[in-house]
Design a protein around this ligand. Structure first.
Ligand code: HEC
Length: 144
């Protein structure tokens, strides 16, 4: 093998491994705090809220929220409940404009089906009316 070729090969190998090493250190920390985008199926995006504006569900919604969601999402949905610190992913406040821009069906998917550290609540909140009560309640958690 020519000396030049050998030099070229060794430096390529060194660069390759240095790159691998950097990728290994950089990407997990990048993914850690940032959420991955929610991939919401069309079925949920098109879902209508049959209880939209139903004030009679407010108390049930609040009760279910305090029981099931408060520990992570916080009393007012700020994303600062006592368990939030244990999460690898950031919990965005429900007052966030980007969050509020979601329609009710999309919030249904995020709140009831979940992903990653956001638990699935299909069994725990099995009643359709209860599920929408929680979603309506989450909508009211806009911090001024
Ligand atoms: C064990 C902690 C935990 C509990 C309990 C919990 N959540 Fe979450 N929730 C999370 C985390 C972490 C995320 C961010 C997940 C992601 O982006 O992958 C999240 C995300 C969400 C989102 C999407 C907004 C966002 O931050 O991306 C909604 C809506 C939501 N949760 C609603 C609820 C509701 C409603 C309840 C109760 C029925 C609940 N959550 C209970 C941890 C929790």
């Amino acid at each position: 093998m020519k000396k030049r070729t050998f030099k070229f090969l060794t430096s390529s190998i060194v660069i390759f491994f240095a790159g691998m090493l950097m990728a290994a250190f950089v990407s997990p920390t990048e993914n850690m705090a940032k959420q991955k985008e929610w991939d919401i199926p069309a079925k949920y995006k098109e879902m209508e809220n049959p209880y939209a504006g139903d004030k009679s569900l407010e108390k049930v919604g609040e009760m279910l929220y305090m029981k099931n969601c408060r520990l992570c999402h916080g009393n007012k949905g700020e994303g600062n409940g006592p368990k939030a610190k244990l999460m690898k992913l950031e919990i965005i406040p429900f007052s966030d404009a980007k969050f509020q821009a979601h329609n009710d069906g999309e919030i249904y998917y995020m709140a009831i089906i979940g992903k990653d550290e956001m638990p699935n609540f299909e069994k725990i909140i099995s009643d359709e009316e209860d599920r929408w009560a929680v979603i309506n309640y989450v909508r009211t958690l806009k911090i001024e």
